[in-house]
Unconditional design. Sequence first.
Lengths: 400, 372
Amino acid sequence: MIVLLLTKAVPARTTKVITVGGVLRREEMDLVINPLDFKALQAADYAKRFNGGKLVAVSMGPDFKVKPLFTELYSYPIEGVDEGYILSDRRMAGADTWATAYAVALGVKKVLDIHRNAVDELTSMVESGEPREKVLQRAEELYKRNLIPNLLYTDKPGAPEAAVQRYARGQLSREELLDTMKKVRVEIERFLIVAGLKTSDGETGSTGPQTAEALSDLLGKRIPDITHVSWFEVDAETGTLIAERKTGSYFQKVRCQLPCLITILPDYRPDVPPVSRRKRARAYSYRNKLSEVVVWNADAIGADPSQIGLAGSPTIVGPGIDIGGIPVQKFLGVTKVFRSKVEKFEFNGKTYGPFERFQKVEGLPEELVRELESKGLIKVFDLKDLIAEVFSGVLAAAKH
Amino acid sequence: MSSQLQSIEVRIEGYRDVWVYCEHEDGQLTRATTEVIGGARKVADRVGMKVVGVLIGYNLNDLLREPIYYGADSVIYCDDPRLKDYQVLPYTTVLSDMIVKLKPWAMLFVTSEIGKDLGPRVAYRTRTGLAADVIDLIVEDFVMNLPTGRYVYKDCIAQVRPDFATRIAKIFTPKHRPQISSVRPGNFTPLPRDEKRRGDLVRWEPQFNEDDFQVETLETRRLPKSEIKLEEANVVISLGLGILRDGAGRPRDPREAYGMAEELKKLLSEKFGIKVEIGSSRALIYAQLKELEGLITKDRQVGQTGKTIAPDLYIALGISGALQHRVGMQRSKKIVAVNLDPNAPIFQIAHYCVVGDLYDFLPKLIEELRSI
């Protein structure tokens, strides 16, 4: 089973963000893997260990920034990511969720295509009656490139020989081999995409569902998404996923056929795959991890230039606005306020006031402040004042 | 050399009305839905359009007029046994077909599990933009300066949302319609329910794709109802990670602070006869402290991923006040913040700032309050 993890590099600190005209300059900031993606990674890892196969991470962003972060995904406790693909292209910069989903779906499709093509190529070699030696040789090449699972070819010590190897020796008939290949082929179509609930930068949670929709367009079949998943079970053997998710005041338990996209709630806890699944998982797994991350640009995934990046984004971020001015602030034990109401008065030929009780003393000449202090009209705002002003004042009003 | 950019006015014609996707539970519109109808009303009146409530589900009869009672001008509904439970594919098909055929100018969802699933899919399928987590909707022109001219897109909706930088951003969907947003609960006031309001009910006949029903509901189970109603409280006393240490830097049992907050809550509600609730920052909830198990639960979370509230008084105890927290409480009428760190961002918006130890401050506050 191919499990695809959608992941994103986000700014490490939300306080130091560089934007130009509303577009994040990811290439100029310190980035980290989106924290919620690690929940998705745990879920994806569980799905892969339960079924065998490979865990593929797909991300979009400037590759020189994102690549180093993938180390963390590869070395994640348990098994971690087996292969990484980064979609990186200046033309993809400034994408909103629509344009991101479009590009990511193309990347996912390409990953699937590569695996599908490998099995199809081998299948047509067998079907067209190519010599068994040649089939074996090609299978070895594809296996070493991690494109066909142990079930078809293997070099694992101690493992029984795989289908193509037994076919080459005449221990397996053509029909039996084609049958096994068909199983592998069917399983490629039963993929699972796992994403975090949302990213810590955009915080929209929209890219998951939109990627499922974009992929539906590309593959010509509707791919469902199930968001806010707190628990799930997925069996590539039957091609079914059962999940629990939250909608409003309800928990919904749903079943669907693969392929499917799920987004994972932060409260998710991975199960431990049973030992009984180990043999199957090994057979459907691939040779090893590909530590070299693959980078694809827009052309590599066949993206329509008018649908990616800023050009492909229906939304535009307008100029930012302030969150409102700083309120009149009083610091307990520090801020000077009027002890009680002071009527209008003159000082050095200028008129001041009137001042309310607890009004902050600000903008007055130092000399005047000293004068008021000496008369005992000014005090430092303290706990009793806070209670008088807030608790008795505000709350008594709230009662009505 | 001076060059005067030519001003070019752009109007996207042929789209009308503000639609609201109406979420319902147990035969009632959700409160958040009634709020969004209120928000839609504000926008629609500004541009002289109508508010249309969209209802999808099964056995909707008793519900059909509810959006109108809350301020919509009419309702489009799709009532079908196959739509009994929410599932993204058939719901997306129904809603996208409605949009393509009837061409709304704007479409508003609630920011909820459903709105955050259905909204994005519908936006993708109808090839338009989506602004998530919107806190305000303002009608204004969107201006884009290009080398070829100054393009003025007339009457767009500035979809205001918290930006993760220290600011708020306006999202525009200038060239595509409908302009789709999901609106965060707690930002608009519902109109009073009025059964005298009249409006048309239009039935929509769905046409499904054969692969729309791949997801089947096995079971639905009601979540335990939360007793905690932060939105309705006059005073919210909120706790953050700062409760783990006192002014001397010594670790403290967080139950101490929780206990004092409880005491303060009891005192205030008795003395003033008002509703008081205990809230929390996201950080404290996600710390999943053994000591606070069952006390500080997810339904107490204030902030971008929790609840947006505007009580008469908000007391922030040991909360540093990250932007995500502030957007959830900054509209509180008065804010009292207690924090050891004078540079804590919460002090940027608090009206009353106590730079100091909450383990020192709280007992004094409680004692003083008792004596009045």
